[in-house]
Design a protein around this ligand. Structure first.
Ligand code: BES
Ligand code: MG
Ligand code: ZN
Length: 495
């Protein structure tokens, strides 16, 4: 997706010749501005639409208004902001997305936008507005032929008296990372292969001055990556173990570790999945996509700290050499794993990722993202990611940032005794939990075995939050980009 140009202008300098002028209306207190720039009959049109009950200014409701002989814009688009006392910064993300989506539906190229009259947007709102505009107008049309000459939104002007340029720019940078993560998710598994993820990482490394190492199938045995080796055996598509090092902070700065599950297609292996909905398992690399999305923003923003990213990437297939139930694999840290279900493969490739990153680097914190369990979708639906930790303070930090960014995480317990659920009779641990109980936590308890002692770690299960069957204002149906806003804000607070 091509991103539009976003610029800021003072509220008093009314723009000219726009395709649309967008403004907000609260359902109780009305229009947020006296709209000096508007044509006089607009207020009348709004009043009539509200009297008729056609427009109630409910959150994300829109109303298109036309004016004759207006220099500012060919049309005005009112966006409902809901009740004024319920207003939150996420509403701004939503209405910005709704506005951009409306503009896209009308096939317009340019618009001016202001939601809060002349005083706002305050600086922190500007970031949210930029995120909303990009996230709401996201489309993935790479594989669809079209005769349409409309090429999308080109120019957006944000009206405000606050100094918004830097925040708008930062919002665009974060949103670009979300777009990258979503695109990686949307590409089918025959395109977005482990090699494709490695090439993407390569491009990010180049643009951000990062070191990159990519290990191939041939390297797995000598490195002791028994997890990804076992899982990848059933696929002829070459697996990749991707390592990105961003050293932006020098020796004294904090170092953040990121690990993402880059499972480009999960057929389930020999414990094969049912065919209904199996196409959705192209999304099983969204953890890796989030990590690459984050690294692409890091490459742009260049924060003053260090970030190490590891993305183990492979398919989980049923080829002749596929690993089988009953097999025993040995992960990078030497722990042996009895395989009781080849569909619990994500934790196996993450086992190598987590033990490798905590062995090779001194991390101040480590976060992994993975579409790991169907159970988290049952527990939390598609709104919250499930988070588990070995360090409550670190989890609290992320939970708080989740509220702030609305990249939400909800904690599941991970008491030591859950280790009982993954005990194996013949190996150190097994890759399944206690039957159908606490499946998400069993996976978390499994991963904990591969995080070196003393490293503050959070596991984020994005099997639900990572993609949607039904769109919401700033999340069209499909991959959401979950994790990108969360970690970019963590990075900013750590700098
Ligand atoms: N990739 C799946 C988890 C998943 C399910 C992601 C639904 C997105 C939507 C994972 O590899 C898996 O198959 N997990 C199994 C584990 C079980 C066999 C212990 C599951 O959740 O059923
Ligand atoms: Mg699976
Ligand atoms: Zn999977």
């Amino acid at each position: 997706m091509q991103l539009f140009k976003l610029s800021a202008t003072r509220y008093s300098e009314s723009p000219e010749g726009q395709d649309a002028y967008i403004f907000g209306i609260f359902s109780d207190t009305g229009v947020t501005t006296d709209f000096k720039t508007a044509h006089p009959n607009l207020s009348q049109q709004i009043a009539l639409a509200m009297e008729n009950g056609e427009f109630k200014a409910k959150l994300n409701q829109t109303l298109v208004l036309y004016t004759a002989n207006c220099d500012t814009a060919k049309r005005y688009i009112a966006v409902g902001l809901g009740e004024s006392d319920k207003y939150t910064s996420d509403f701004l993300r939503q209405v910005s997305a709704t506005a951009a989506k409306k503009v896209l539906d009308l096939k317009l190229k340019s618009f001016a936008i202001q939601f809060m009259g002349e005083e706002l947007l305050a600086t922190e709102d500007a970031q949210v507005l930029a995120e909303g505009l990009v996230m709401g107008s996201y489309q993935f049309l790479n594989y669809k032929k079209s005769d349409d000459e409309y090429a999308g939104i080109e120019d957006v002007i944000v009206l405000s008296n606050a100094d918004t340029s830097a925040a708008l720019n930062y919002g665009m940078q974060v949103a670009a990372g979300i777009v990258l993560a979503r695109d990686l998710g949307n590409h089918p598994s025959n395109i977005a292969t482990p090699t494709y993820l490695a090439d993407t990482a390569e491009a990010i490394a180049k643009s951000g001055g990062m070191n990159i190492t990519i290990y191939d199938r041939e390297d797995f045995e000598k490195l002791g990556f028994g997890g990804i080796q076992g899982v990848s055996q059933g696929s002829d598509v070459p697996p990749k173990f991707i390592i990105l090092e961003y050293m932006g902070g020098g020796k004294d700065a904090k170092t953040l570790g990121l690990v993402g599950k880059g499972l480009t297609f999960d057929a389930g292996g020999i414990s094969i999945k049912p065919s209904a909905g199996m196409d959705e398992m192209k999304f099983d690399m969204l953890g890796g996509a989030a990590v690459l999305g984050i690294m692409s923003v890091v490459a742009e923003v260049k924060p003053k700290l260090n970030v190490i990213a590891v993305v183990p990437s492979t398919e989980n297939m049923l080829g002749g050499e596929a690993y089988k139930p009953g097999d025993i694999l040995t992960a990078y840290n030497g722990k042996t794993i009895e395989i009781l279900n080849t569909d619990a493969e994500g934790r196996l490739i993450l086992a190598d990722g987590l033990s490798y990153i905590t062995d090779k680097y001194e991390l101040d914190g480590l976060v992994d993202f993975a579409t790991l369990t169907g159970a988290v979708v049952v527990a939390l639906g598609h709104r919250y990611s499930g988070i588990m930790t070995n360090d409550q303070d670190f989890a609290d930090e992320l939970i708080e940032i989740g509220k702030q960014t609305q990249d939400r995480v909800w904690q599941m317990p991970l008491d030591d005794e859950y280790a009982e659920d993954i005990k194996s009779k013949i190996a150190d641990i097994k890759n399944t939990g206690a039957g159908r109980t606490a499946g998400t936590i069993a996976a978390g308890a499994f991963l904990r075995e591969f995080v070196a002692e003393g490293v503050p770690w959070c596991h984020v299960d994005i099997a639900g939050s990572g993609w949607l069957k039904k769109g919401r204002p700033y999340h069209p149906e499909g991959p959401t980009g979950a994790g990108v806003r969360l970690i970019m804000e963590l990075i900013r607070s750590w700098e």
